[in-house]
Every structure is written in C-alpha cells, then in structure tokens.
Design a protein around this ligand. Sequence first.
Ligand code: 0GY
Length: 296
Amino acid sequence: MTKEKQIMDADWVEFHPTPKKPDFILPDGTVDAHCHVFGPAAEFPYSPLRKYTPCDAGKDQLFALRNHLGITRNVIVQASCHGRNNDALLDALTAAGDLARGIAVVGPEVTDDELAIMHKAGVRGVRFNFVKRLVDATPKQVFLDITERIAKLGWHIVVYFEAADLEELIPFLEQLPTTVVVDHMGRPDVSKPLDHPDFQRFISLLANNPNIWTKVTCPERLTVQGPPYTDVIPFARTLVDIFPDRVLWGTDWPHPNMKSHMPDDGHLVDVIPLIATTADRQQALLVDNPMRLYWA
Ligand code: 0GY
C-alpha cells in the first residue's frame, strides 16, 4: 500500500513525525508501559471488525522512538484494530528480545499451545476492553474463563473502560484473582473536580483492592483544554501520591484514534515530573513498578 493511500484510509491523525528531545532526563531503565504497534498493514492486516483504521506504525518506528526519548523497554499492548490477531505484537516482541513485553487480546478459542508461544515471545497479560466505541461487548463469563487459564501462566489482566461504566464493573473487577491494571486512570472526566464521586470511586477501587494498579497515561486523550494538559495533571499526580507502588507510565504511541490533536511524545515525557514530583516517585513509576510486574 502506498503511503498516500494508507493515510487516506486512516481515519485519525498521524503520529508526530519529529518529537522533541525531552527536557526531563528519564531514569536509567525507564519502561514505556503502554504503547502499540500497528501493521504495517501489508504484512499484518487490520481486523475486518475494527472500529477505526490506524496509520501504520511498525516496530522499527517504535524502537526508534524508544531510543530517541531515552526509554529502555516497552510494554506493547494489543489494540482493538488488530482484533484477536496478535501477529504484529508477537513479531515486535521477538525482534525486541528482552527489551519488550506484551499484552495480548485473546478469545475463548485460543489454545494452550498458542498461549505458550505467546509467553515465550514475552506476553505477560491479556487486555479486556469494555470501551463500547472500540469493541463489541464480550460476556463477562468469557473473560472469567480466560482469566482462569492465563492466571496459571502467571499473567495479569489489563482493563480498559470509561469512567461512566466503572460502577457496573466493580463486582467483576473485584472478582479477578490476578494483578489488574486499569488503563488511563479509568478515563476520568477531567472537567469535574478531583473530589467528584466518579474519581473518588476509582480511588476507592484501588484503596480496597491491593491487586489493582493503574496507568497514569494519556493526558492527550483525557484533556479538555489541550496541551500542556494542565487539567489532567492533578488526576495523575493524586494517583501517584496515593499509590506510588501501583502506577505505571507510558506514551500510548502512536496514539490511535486521536482526532483532536497529535501530541509531541517528547512533551509527554516532560509532563512526568509534574505527576511524579520526587526522584523516588519517578524511579517507582518508570522503572521499579513495571520491572516488578513485567520482568520479574
Ligand atoms: C489506547 C486508546 C484507545 C484505543 C485502543 O485498543 C484500542 O484500539 O486502546 C482509544 O481509542 O481510547 O489505549 O491506546
């Protein structure tokens, strides 16, 4: 597919071509714990069931960004546009060797042999997506059956949902026996105050369940005001302060399905000291927490 044709087919903005060098120097061993690989479509076609068509963003571009920003390792998360076909993810993990781990999306049809191949490539968890604009609903029993199987491998679960759906999901989330990582702080409505019952409900979920972690990611996706994401920072900082040992950071590159603006990934790194305000907090967020979860 030509570049022009691919951009025409894509229905979101292309990732930033020349991100700045961050002013904030990342600690040695920093992990980008939420990023994706897309295609290239000619090699790894997108799912016919996808709700959006991304621009190609392959492993070589991800690894170049990793090196440019001063990141050491990646956790690559299977996104909905590749459905349950994890081939692009596994290809990237194999190429990265020990420098990447993966989160796959699987259905009940996945075989134990396939899970074993994924584990060997570096997959350490599965993602359950509840975001209605991204996926068709999956019965919770299907997720519980998958949980039973992946727990035996020592894997954990990543969940993605919108704040409005948290209340209904709490009994399910509290039933999960593994570590559970909630994407993007549970997607708070940042136009509401920190003490709004919705965000307080999310804080209580973590306070009541020591196995639940969260990613303080995606200021670009959650912001109402736009860069420099001043409206999102207090939400992330609050979670880092209360749960310093259960937070992860990531770029979300290549920022799928973004329609408003495309962030400069170097600028996203510069946001980190505003949400993790001491060297100890930064070390936990960027290195110690993800290493414990993904590389132990
Ligand atoms: C993200 C966010 C999004 C997309 C996906 O699986 C996905 O397609 O996660 C989104 O549109 O909010 O986590 O990168």
